[in-house]
Ligand binder design. Structure first.
Ligand code: B12
Length: 505
């Protein structure tokens, strides 16, 4: 039986976190296959490490997890190199990028198989099939090429999260000391990353989770989540947790049960949720969560326009009024709402797109007025292929196309596209992107984020004073003075390249 080499391409410049994707894939084969892990975040030259392993001649499979954006910078050339130098090694990709962009991956000729969605059962089954030389069409969640045709096998339902094994932390620790994954953050000195559920019950048409999970969600029970976290606290000294779930707060009872259990550990934690879901929580649940360490929650606020919320299929009950009310409500519980907005959706004319951007800016300022502690994250809309949604139809009509060749994703433009900085969307003109970016600069100076824990009070004061008039008068253009200060003082938060709020110690 050939060994499996699992690779996590570099995803962050310096704030590394526990590589849960590749670790969960490792868990799925833990007792059955011999494997090795290479983490591009932790290696100065990961290719050298991969080569050393493959040169032993004992490996038959190369598994790589891939997110769009910077992970492609290692995923693409290294996989290509594996195929060229070790043609007998089978290459398997998994994660959000290949699941959504499977055509260009398979057309490349160097990605043999794609696991589309959860790999917990599909990956060991694929290995078994390949080992026995059997037909793979019975392996669920698989996309592959059979002669000229692309075959997609049946999607299996999300696995019962309580039946999944604990992640092989000790094994990871033997490759890379876990301590190196627990960084300093706003939450604590040693922040761990944990993933406690899969999917999301909603179908927002801008979201990459939808084509993979189709509005399904399953969570690991509070008891097992607590057990895993307790292990990270007791064995590796974690003192804070970032929940990386797409939607941690779907089930109020699970959140409350977890809060009751974690209360005694006195750690801080953070997760992502929906405004309308958490707004339904009882006051006593919110109070308990805060007492149990929930300091901040990330919410996809998306837009202050009711019309756009409908157009993007946000679903649920979220309304602009509720978003404002809810920001105020969380203030009473001392939980910081982190609202993420997506600006730059398509519109019928350039004037309308610009008008919408201006409306969003006004709405964000209103939210800030109601609860100045609200953290604002601004993204420029970058489409995902949510086939069948009105939004994606509109995107295609505008002439927007994803690259057909995998190598094209390495170009500078497509790299920055997925960092949601350079939208490459025909309806967004450069002056519109400037407006968004300049507003972001002024906003970040007027309200330095709590995650900038290194900024002194004096520095914050200077930023606030310098940006105050601009903010008040809505004059955002050419904010060079603020950019210079931000460059020197804070490199303000860029979760997309630096991790959510981690700083590596
Ligand atoms: C942690 C995280 C990060 C971390 C890095 C993580 C790391 N590995 O070091 C940071 C903060 C750096 C980051 C950055 C970005 N991220 Co990110 N990230 C996540 C997050 C929150 C968790 C990933 C995770 O650990 N999941 C847990 C594991 C268990 O789940 P999984 O990855 O789905 O794995 C399962 C299957 O997919 C499959 N599988 C996955 N890999 C493999 C590999 C093999 C071989 C096999 C067989 C199977 C397989 O099996 C696994 C087990 O069932 C996800 C959202 C999410 N909840 O998943 C977003 C997410 C993946 N990120 C996303 C994006 C867009 C980005 C960015 C490109 C941009 C941005 N603005 O955030 C940047 C840049 C990435 C980069 N620098 O390369 C999007 C992808 C959307 C898309 N268009 O496809 C997601 C889905 C968030 C979202 N909803 O928008 N991210």
């Amino acid at each position: 039986m050939g060994k499996v080499l699992l690779f996590n391409p570099r995803s962050a410049n310096h704030s590394w976190r526990i590589p849960n994707s590749i670790l969960q894939v490792a868990a799925s084969i833990e007792d059955k296959w011999d494997y090795a892990l290479v983490d591009g975040n932790r290696e100065r030259d990961p290719w050298e490490k991969i080569q050393q392993q493959l040169d032993t001649g004992t490996f038959s499979y190369f598994g790589c997890t891939v997110m769009p954006g910077p992970q492609l910078k290692q995923a693409i050339p290294f996989t290509k190199q594996v195929k060229e130098s070790y043609p007998r090694v089978t290459t398997v990709w998994g994660g959000y990028f290949p699941s959504n962009q499977y055509r260009s991956c398979l057309n490349s000729g160097y990605v043999d198989f794609i696991i589309d969605g959860p790999g917990d059962f599909a990956f060991p089954r694929l290995l078994e099939c390949l080992e026995k030389g059997e037909d793979c069409s019975y392996v669920p969640n698989l996309i592959y090429r059979k002669k000229l045709e692309i075959v997609r096998t049946q999607k299996e339902s999300i696995p019962d999260q309580d039946l999944l094994p604990q992640l092989p932390y000790e094994r990871l620790n033997s490759f890379y000391p876990i301590k190196g994954y627990l960084g300093k953050s706003y939450l604590g000195q040693r922040t761990a990353a944990y993933h406690s559920s899969m999917g999301c019950p909603f179908t927002c048409s801008f979201c990459a989770v939808v084509p993979i999970y189709n509005a399904r969600w399953k969570g690991r029970s509070a008891r097992l989540v607590y057990k895993d976290i307790k292990y990270l606290i007791d064995t590796h000294g974690a003192d804070a947790v970032e929940f990386h779930d797409n939607n941690f707060f779907v089930n109020e009872k699970r959140t409350v049960d977890f809060s009751k259990l974690i209360l005694q550990e006195r750690i801080a934690w953070w997760g992502e949720g929906r405004i309308d879901t958490v707004d339904k929580y009882k006051d006593e649940s919110l109070a308990l969560m805060r007492e149990a360490g929930c300091k901040m929650i990330f919410f996809g606020a998306e837009t202050g326009s009711q019309e756009l919320l409908r157009a993007m299929d946000k679903g649920g009950m979220q309304t602009p009024d509720q978003m404002k009310r809810f920001a105020e409500r969380l203030r009473k519980f001392d939980i910081i709402p982190e609202y993420s907005f997506v600006l730059g959706f398509p519109g019928p004319s350039a004037e309308k797109v610009m008008e919408q951007i201006e409306n969003e800016i006004a709405f964000i300022k209103e939210v800030k007025r109601i609860n100045p502690d609200t953290e604002i994250i601004i993204y420029v809309y970058s489409p995902v292929p949510t086939e069948g949604s009105d939004l994606y139809e509109q995107v295609k009509e505008s002439g927007f196309r994803f690259p057909e060749k995998l190598d094209d994703w390495l170009s500078h433009d497509w790299q920055t596209f997925d960092l949601r900085k350079n939208p490459l969307t025909p309806w967004l003109k450069p002056y519109m992107v400037d407006k968004i970016k300049d507003f972001e600069t002024v906003l970040n100076a007027r309200y330095p984020t709590v995650a900038d824990f290194k900024l002194t009070r004096f520095q914050k004061l200077v930023m606030k004073k310098l940006s105050g008039l601009r903010y008040q008068l809505n004059f955002f253009a050419f904010p060079y003075e603020l950019k210079i200060l931000q460059k020197f003082w804070l490199r303000y938060r860029q979760p997309e390249v630096e991790g959510f709020f981690m700083e590596h110690t």
